[in-house]
Design a protein around this ligand. Structure first.
Ligand code: SAM
Ligand code: SF4
Length: 491
């Protein structure tokens, strides 16, 4: 593969952004049809499930064919310039659909809507509604207005909205794994990142509604939930002041504060047969209490996504990540001490941030060697308007240099992934079967606790089975297992 040419779609997240997700065909007798394309991160996919639920209450079934739709929503991502360009290109492809059906309503939702607001209406003439991540309850009104020929924008950012009372309509579900959004927004101000501007202040969702959602999923046959937030380790909720942005009192002064470790425990107790994962952990916030809670429960998966972004302390300071190389490596040491070598660790990396020197780039590569990540999502820096970095620093690393550094990071990660996978050879592991293998219908795919994909022969197995396997072979990306036992006792 020509790494440099393919680099823009090299990371799984970027690949996902290309392969947007759509809605499935659903017919519950509603009169109108809704088609949603979701771009970007898991948080967006999870939000689309809330949007589908709100629209269902208001007379819409989903469709997988945009030509049958009365309403098309694009739930967008702004994290890198390329993500926004993809959406603009896609909008131009809907022009014919709008010509064929002038009453069609087209909406742009999510981060791009929040960032560009009413400008989107003038820049993209086919768009009728523009709705930010905290205003989805207003969608039915805005769609009604659009049907009467009035275009509408709602990009109000809330300090309270968590959509806690809305039961998401599961889209593209395998019936085994599901995402549960536990918080919204982000209070960190990483200088490269647009998220605090597009998703607003951080707020945590009522833990009882989270546990109820996990229980409901378990009762419906799901066997794994992933708790989602931009910074899950800063989850904090109390019945007195349920919004962290307003939590002015000291923690001791507020009764029954639920932190992330408590929440993990509450969800883990739903059933030993329900696996619990979470993402994303910020290195400055992940506590030993969380690591010990992970150790205490077999059904909390031993895998941590701990994005480092850069291995150099000066660059980390410019990124405003609020930790340095030393701090990060100490947290990794704590993970290894408490959870052992088998705990999976992954990262996000940004190559070619403003002023990064060759030596500083080398620090990222040496840090990767020390941590031995199982995998990483890897990007080159893309300046985003309005961010601290765009205001303060020149985007001075030439594109070719960014791409070359990124290629070196990717090559390093491929070596490390292969090394880490080889350590699993001969080991016995429990996997949860969640789908068919892309390569063959005769094979199924599951994940082990460390979040690695394990391929096994399909015979005698079905989705949702726990399987004890022996790892017989591996590639840099995948493990291959022999089935030892189906649904062994886990409780
Ligand atoms: N909250 C998570 C955290 O702190 O790690 C990350 C959320 S962000 C949606 C996902 C990743 O996108 C980041 O970790 C970062 O590596 C990458 N990213 C964010 N802004 C970027 C930018 N301007 N250019 C390149 N990559 C960026
Ligand atoms: Fe962006 Fe930093 Fe918040 Fe992650 S923690 S969403 S990178 S500002």
């Amino acid at each position: 593969m020509d790494l440099i040419k393919d680099i823009d779609i090299i990371s799984p997240e970027e690949a996902k952004a290309q392969d947007y997700k759509t809605t499935p065909e659903e017919n519950t007798g509603k009169t109108k049809k809704l088609y949603i394309e979701s771009y970007g991160c898991q948080m967006n996919f999870s939000d689309s499930e809330i949007v589908a639920s709100i629209m269902k209450e208001n007379g819409f079934d989903t469709t997988a064919d945009f030509e049958k739709a009365d309403v098309i929503f694009l739930n967008t991502c702004s994290i890198r310039e390329k993500a926004e360009l993809t959406v603009r290109k896609r909008l131009s492809q809907f022009q014919q659909a709008k010509k064929n059906k002038p009453e069609l309503t087209i909406g742009v939702l999510g981060c791009m809507a929040e960032r560009l607001k009413e400008n989107l209406l003038s820049e993209e003439k086919i768009v009728d509604v523009v709705v930010g991540p905290d205003a989805y309850r207003d969608l039915p009104n805005l769609v009604n207005a659009a049907e009467d020929g009035r275009k509408g924008v709602n990009t109000f950012l809330s300090r309270e909205e968590t959509y806690a009372d809305i039961a998401p309509v599961r889209l593209n579900s395998n019936g085994v794994t599901a995402f549960i959004s536990i918080m919204r927004g982000c209070d960190n101000m990483c200088s490269f990142c647009v998220v605090p501007f597009t998703r607003g202040r951080e707020r945590s969702r009522d833990p009882h509604s989270i546990v109820a959602e996990a229980q409901d999923l378990f009762d419906k046959g799901y066997r794994e939930v992933t708790l989602l937030g931009q910074n899950v380790d800063s989850y904090k909720w109390s019945p007195e002041e349920n919004n962290k942005a307003r939590l002015n009192k000291k923690e001791e002064e507020v009764s029954q504060v639920v932190n992330f470790a408590h929440l993990l425990e509450m969800v883990a107790k739903v059933s030993p047969l329900l696996r619990v994962r979470f993402s994303t952990s910020h290195p400055k916030d992940i506590t030993d209490e969380v690591l010990y809670t992970m150790k205490k429960y077999d059904n909390i998966c031993k895998y941590i996504h701990l994005p480092v972004q850069s291995g150099n302390s000066r660059v980390l300071e410019m990124m405003n990540r609020t930790y340095d190389r030393e701090w990060y490596l100490n947290r990794v040491r704590a993970i290894r001490e408490i959870l052992g070598e088998e705990c999976g660790i992954s990262s996000d990396m940004i190559a070619g941030f403003c002023t990064e020197t060759e030596e500083e780039h080398q620090d990222t590569l040496t840090l990767m060697d020390i941590v031995k990540y199982d995998f990483s999502y890897m990007f080159f820096y893309s300046e985003r308007p309005g961010t601290l970095a765009a205001k303060k620093y020149e985007d001075d690393i030439p594109l070719e240099v960014k791409k070359r550094r990124l290629a070196e990071i990717i090559e390093k990660q491929n070596q490390l992934s292969f090394e880490r996978n080889k350590l699993d050879l001969g080991k016995e592991q429990i996997i949860l079967i969640e789908g068919t293998s892309k390569k063959s219908k005769e094979e199924l795919k599951g994940r082990n606790s460390a979040n690695k994909v394990v391929i096994v022969p399909a015979e005698g197995l079905k989705l949702g089975d726990y399987v004890k396997v022996k790892i017989a072979d591996c590639s840099p990306a995948t493990l291959f297992g022999e089935v030892l036992e189906i649904n062994p006792a886990l409780a």
